[in-house]
Ligand binder design. Structure first.
Ligand SMILES: NC(=O)c1ccc[n+]([C@@H]2O[C@H](COP(=O)([O-])OP(=O)(O)OC[C@H]3O[C@@H](n4cnc5c(N)ncnc54)[C@H](O)[C@@H]3O)[C@@H](O)[C@H]2O)c1
Length: 250
């Protein structure tokens, strides 16, 4: 049986760890060629070696970085079909009045500007080549049902959701799809920031107690949702916020 993503090429940002690493694994398992676009050289190279994929040193907040990423993807694999905007950043949970300008800028640059740049660079490639395309933004339940202490992280994910819907309607006629996946808390490199304390089972318990299915999300949960949205099975799905949250947002 061919994989569900056979013949497709995907860029996955932040694929060196956490959800991104899980998404890269699933995409490779389903037959896609994957480009690991990662700021951390160490984790990016490691992931690419393990997955027999291509690593491209990337800072998603920089236009030149996206231009280089597209060029290297086309040079290596000859085409591009899917972009998963997964790389994200946050400050540590704290009272909103204590957030610094640098922390605000970090959230907006890594979580929002990255999506502006990815579409600004990649959409013209899809249009010029008359190719269908699929963008998947890793948003958050924070965009739908925010918790206190993360105002500007939550707002950045809210911006992602509305930009995503706007582009879905704008580029639908060109068969370029835009979808968001909204994870509930998982256990990754960012989790201690959301909790405002170390990521232990005990510290996660208060968050998890509000999840009807009774556990945190895993990279495999997020990867399975991304695989569906990236595949041809989702050919008629665009502009959605797919909550992968064990019922948290109900
Ligand atoms: N962990 C959670 O509980 C949770 C919940 C909801 C949403 N999310 C979202 O999931 C996504 C993935 O985060 P994660 O939880 O796997 O955390 P993570 O820290 O394990 O992974 C994030 C990756 O992004 C990379 N990265 C950061 N800045 C970058 C940049 N400028 N350019 C390129 N790469 C960069 C990091 O090096 C890291 O490998 C983020 O968008 C995050 O907001 C996480």
């Amino acid at each position: 049986m061919p994989g569900r993503l056979e013949g497709k090429v995907a860029i996955i940002t932040g694929a060196g760890s956490g959800f991104g690493r899980g998404i890269a694994q699933k995409f490779v398992d389903e037959g896609a060629k994957v480009v690991v676009a990662e700021l951390s050289k160490e984790s990016g190279e490691k992931a690419a070696a393990e997955l027999n994929s291509k690593y491209v040193a990337t800072d998603v907040t920089k236009r030149e970085s996206w231009q280089n990423l597209l060029e290297q993807t086309l040079e290596t694999y000859g085409q591009l079909d899917i972009v998963v905007n997964n790389a994200g950043a946050s400050y540590s949970n704290k009272p909103t009045g204590e957030v610094t300008d640098a922390e605000f800028d970090l959230c907006m640059n890594v979580n929002v500007k990255s999506i502006y740049l990815s579409t600004s660079v990649v959409v013209p490639y899809f249009l010029a080549n008359n190719r269908p395309g699929s963008f998947i933004q890793i948003s958050s339940t924070a965009a739908i049902r925010p918790r206190p202490g993360l105002t500007w992280y939550n707002a950045s994910k809210g911006a992602v959701g509305i930009a995503n819907k706007t582009m879905a309607v704008e580029y639908g006629p060109k068969n370029i799809r835009f979808n968001c996946v909204c994870p509930v808390v998982g256990s990754t490199g960012m989790t201690h920031l959301f909790l405002g304390k170390p990521d232990t089972e005990e510290n996660r318990a208060a968050f998890v107690s509000t999840v009807p299915l009774g556990r945190p999300s895993t990279p495999a949960d997020i990867a399975n949702a991304c695989c569906y949205l990236a595949s041809d099975e989702a050919a008629f799905i665009t502009g959605v916020n797919l909550e992968v949250d064990g019922g948290r947002c109900v």
